[in-house]
Design a protein around this ligand. Structure first.
Ligand SMILES: *Cc1c(COP(=O)(O)O)cnc(C)c1O
Length: 416
């Protein structure tokens, strides 16, 4: 299945989803980006340059690890995990960001901008900008700036300017709008490093291209380690970049079932979750430059979302996913905050791993399904990031009174 071999006149579309709904003034910049990306893809040396950069700078290839204790405890399928948490800056975000850094260099643009919600993408972009010598501005909702102090601290100390966006709900979607405004005003000097497989074409394709390094490695590694392909691959889905990354390694292997795990939040019911494809609450619309399923009301106003994992707490989803769901190629499920907290406890206790709360959604679903499978079946979970960043949220969720008190006192000290 070649998702990016577009039909004549349907460039940037995955079935009826995708497209590029951008202000007229951006057309030439988007064209410039598309032709630069096309030249890179066709240049046989480009992927090697990217891969070497990721080896030397981010520790790739990240390993696949077998989890014998968890597998035994659940009594079903054998569970393996792809360790994107071991990347520099602690998640898969760096794959896309370093790739787009190489693009910005080829475009000759000295300045990069990015939106960020939880701060992981902003942190990775500030890191890349420092390494490549780009000027860097990060847009972040004011509410998120207060919630994610440590990431703001690192971004600023890496040399980025962090702008606290005061419009709307002062969260991710407001930061995206502000970032788009900056791009329109400064497109001659500036590349917009979009953080996930969403937004106008060619971003879903570009982000998927760089993240495909996860699936390329994982396909080879699991066969070396387990002797064959997995039966199921689980990945969490916020915008969809880590899931696209690992799934692309198995798309053409029909025996491998692919499962996208969304944020079930505090339960079903509008406003309580961020499940766009697992639950029936989202509908097709056009917003933020592309057409996909959005959590919106009948007038197209975006609904509130809720999740213990900030990185999954988004109204839209990569346009590639509703298409893959319609094709029957990816199945969607949601994990609730409570299931995720329980899964984190279990993974920490049995295997000593600390996955990010986002990644724990994929574990939570695998933990539900593994016992129903036989002992000679194989599961692969994508651990998209490490949980260090979640210490405050996890202490709260695990009801650890000592740490909650310590954290509250620190928050007062910081003025949050
Ligand atoms: C940002 C983030 C996600 C969600 O983004 P995707 O584009 O859906 O991958 C998932 N896991 C971690 C660790 C993240 O930082």
């Amino acid at each position: 299945m070649d998702l990016f071999d577009f039909e004549e006149g349907r460039e940037g579309y995955y079935g009826q989803y995708g497209g590029a709904f951008v202000p007229e003034i951006l057309t030439s910049t988007i064209e410039e980006l598309k032709s630069c990306f096309k030249a890179c893809k066709e240049d046989p040396g480009f992927w090697d340059e990217f891969e070497q950069l990721m080896q030397q700078y981010s520790g790739r290839p990240t390993p696949v690890t077998y989890l014998p204790n968890l597998s035994k405890k659940l009594g079903g399928a054998q569970i393996y995990v792809k360790r994107e948490d071991l990347n520099h800056t602690g998640s898969h975000k760096i794959n896309n960001v370093m790739g787009q850094g190489l693009l910005a260099k080829r475009l000759g643009k000295p300045r990069v901008i990015a939106e960020t919600g939880a701060g992981q993408h902003g942190f990775a972009t500030a890191t890349m900008a420092a390494k490549f010598g780009f000027e860097c501005k990060i847009y972040m909702g004011e509410v998120d700036v207060l919630r994610q102090r440590p990431n703001v601290f690192w971004m600023e100390n890496l040399g980025a300017e962090v702008i606290a966006v005061k419009d709307g709900q002062r969260t991710l979607k407001d930061a995206i709008n502000e970032c788009m405004r900056d791009w329109v005003a400064n497109m001659d000097t500036t590349h917009y490093v979009l953080g996930t497989a969403c937004g106008p074409h060619p971003f879903p394709e570009i982000v998927s291209y760089f993240q495909s390094i996860i699936g390329k490695e994982a396909n080879r590694q699991i066969q070396e380690l387990a002797g064959r392909l997995p039966d199921r691959v689980y990945a969490c889905v916020g915008g969809g970049s880590n899931a696209m990354g690992i799934f692309q390694g198995f798309l053409d292997d029909d025996s491998v079932e692919l499962i996208g795990c969304e944020a079930g939040g505090s339960g079903t019911g509008i406003g309580h979750h961020a499940a766009r494809l697992a639950y029936p609450d989202a509908s097709v619309g056009v917003a933020q430059g592309y057409k996909t399923f959005f959590l919106q009301d009948d007038d197209g106003n975006m609904l509130d979302t809720e999740s213990v994992a900030a990185g999954l707490d988004y109204i839209g989803i990569s346009p590639i996913f509703p298409y893959l769901q319609e094709q029957g190629r990816v199945r969607f499920a949601a994990a609730t905050n409570d299931e995720v907290t329980e899964a984190l406890r279990l993974v920490m206790a049995t295997e000593g791993l600390i996955p990010a709360l986002e990644s724990t959604h994929a574990f939570a679903r695998a933990i539900v399904e593994a016992p129903e499978m036989s002992k000679d079946e194989i599961i692969l979970v994508n651990q998209s990031g490490r949980g260090d960043k979640d210490i405050f949220t996890v202490a709260d969720a695990l009801d650890d009174d000592h740490w909650k008190c310590f954290i509250r006192n620190k928050a007062v000290e910081y003025g949050a």
